[in-house]
Design a protein around this ligand. Structure first.
Ligand SMILES: Cc1cc2nc3c(=O)[nH]c(=O)nc-3n(C[C@H](O)[C@H](O)[C@H](O)COP(=O)(O)OP(=O)(O)OC[C@H]3O[C@@H](n4cnc5c(N)ncnc54)[C@H](O)[C@@H]3O)c2cc1C
Length: 268
């Protein structure tokens, strides 16, 4: 039984491709979907539901976008003068359509402090952006019968796409930690999947605590189970530690990734 039709591809020699904003859709008060058109979309080697797309943004609102031209794009970006150097951030391909040449990215809006969040909040049709394909990481073994998907709002695009691509016979438990009901999205739920939304509010629980508490009381057996965990760094590491140290998961049964890091609050 296959878990999805996805296949892994860590792309090492991708080139940045120009793309342009076609439309934006507010998904909830805190997330916006940006639909892009890319003339070269056939070169985008989509490989699975958590496919990483590097986005290149102008260094300042209104500034010209300079994209690296070679496959060794990172040294090239670093060598650019600061005034023209694009901002590079990591996002997930929410959907891709090779016929229309369109690709969707769902951005969490977390204020104007982050250049990507700020860009997405202001994005309008015609805005220029660069995209670079960097492969998928979701790689459950062929024997997988059960999936555990755990994440916060930044993992919603990957988890949504995973549910849409899931074989209907696979059992899935999905734990999503968000602030409150305003963050929830309507997700496709395959017949053998259960989706649990967990709210940090009103107690303002630290990142990862709600999901970890839920996990502690959930029935999760490691046999034939693959866990995919992503979100704020402490959520990802604490869930992975729990699964490996307390629930008997092998390290190769758990994919985990810190998608972003909340700065530590230093007491005055
Ligand atoms: C493989 C991968 C896939 C990802 N996919 C997505 C995706 O599909 N959608 C998505 O929205 N994000 C996704 N992320 C997370 C995204 O890359 C980060 O949130 C990124 O830091 C946002 O960049 P920024 O320029 O807005 O903020 P930054 O300049 O990176 O950070 C500025 C400040 O904002 C804080 N911050 C950053 N992100 C958040 C956040 N989400 N909530 C609250 N505070 C934050 C930082 O701690 C920092 O203090 C993904 C990350 C990875 C590694």
């Amino acid at each position: 039984m296959t878990v999805t039709t996805a296949r892994r591809a860590i792309v090492r020699d991708s080139l940045a491709m120009p793309a342009v904003v076609v439309s934006t859709t507010q998904l909830n008060p805190h997330m916006v979907r940006v639909r892009l058109h890319c003339d070269e979309i056939e070169k985008f080697d989509y490989a699975g539901p958590d496919h990483l797309v590097r986005v290149f943004l102008p260094p300042r609102p209104g500034a010209e976008l300079h994209l690296p031209i070679g496959a060794r794009w990172w040294p090239e970006v670093c060598a650019m003068p600061e005034a023209v150097r694009p901002v590079v951030r990591n996002y997930t391909v929410r959907a891709i359509d090779r016929i229309t040449g369109e690709l969707d990215i769902d951005f969490v809006l977390h204020g104007d402090e982050g250049p990507a969040s700020s860009w997405a909040r202001r994005a309008v049709p015609g805005d220029k952006i660069g995209i670079l394909s960097d492969g998928a990481r979701f790689e459950p073994p062929a024997t997988t019968r059960r999936l555990l998907l755990v994440g916060d709002e930044t993992a919603l695009p990957a988890i949504s796409a995973t549910l849409e691509q899931l074989h209907p016979e696979i059992e899935a438990l999905v734990l999503l930690e968000v602030d409150d009901v305003d963050w929830e999205l309507e997700l496709f739920c395959p017949p053998n999947a259960e989706i649990r939304w967990l709210h940090r509010a009103p107690t303002a629980a630290p990142r990862g605590l709600r999901v970890l508490n839920e996990l502690r009381s959930a029935t999760v057996q490691p046999q034939d189970c693959y866990a995919w965990v992503a979100g704020e760094s402490s959520l990802a590491t604490s869930v992975r530690r729990h699964l490996v140290n307390e629930r008997g998961f092998g390290k190769d049964q758990v994919y985990f990734c810190g998608y972003w890091r909340q700065p530590e609050i230093t007491p005055r």
